[in-house]
Design a binder for this molecule. Sequence first.
Ligand code: GSH
Length: 216
Amino acid sequence: MHIYGSPLSPFVARIILACKHKGLGYTIAMPEGGLKTPEYLALNPFGKIPTVKDGSTVLFESGVILPYLDDKYPKKKKVIPASPAAAGNAGLIARVCDLYVQEPALDLFRQVVGRAPKDKAAAKKALADMEAALDILNGYISPGPCATGKSFTIADCYVIPALLFATAVGPLFGLKDPLKGRPNVKKYWAAIKKHPAAKAHMTETQKIMKDRLKSL
Ligand SMILES: N[C@@H](CCC(=O)N[C@@H](CS)C(=O)NCC(=O)O)C(=O)O
């Protein structure tokens, strides 16, 4: 299986984390020549990452790729829990991170790296939105070892990249420790760093992020 993308992308990271949990082998690289070449647009007409090529199957959109991996490799560990209630809970935590933690964190990141104009009012709102979402996440997330408790699930595939961005950008906008006062999130973050599916990805991404921010 080939993943088009980079581990720094939180959307790509979801797929990497799922593959690591499942023990699926993969190669990963940015599309040759960039995201908007005719060759890449033929695979993903939005010209975004991730796109996955698995034999003759080509899929994009992280939210589509994750359940595909469970269905395609039924003998491997799953990321979506079997019981509807557990799957719903995992999906809920994932969605909270996707829409409400990661989105404002990415808005802030775009301002930092110059992909969005510097705008103090927009940054203040994004920071407040991110904090409010972290408070809500704190009410749903397990303190560990994984986001829903014992097992690594789709929730972790979403929470980890969202928190990598939230903890990286918060301090740049005056929020020294975005996890402070959110004890469940804080305990989760300390625990998941040691998880075999997450450890290497988190170390690698934090280094890429640090280098990226240092180079500005
Ligand atoms: N909804 C998509 C979002 C993918 C996405 O926005 N990827 C970003 C990278 S972080 C991208 O490719 N941006 C380039 C662009 O929009 O031109 C998913 O979940 O896969």
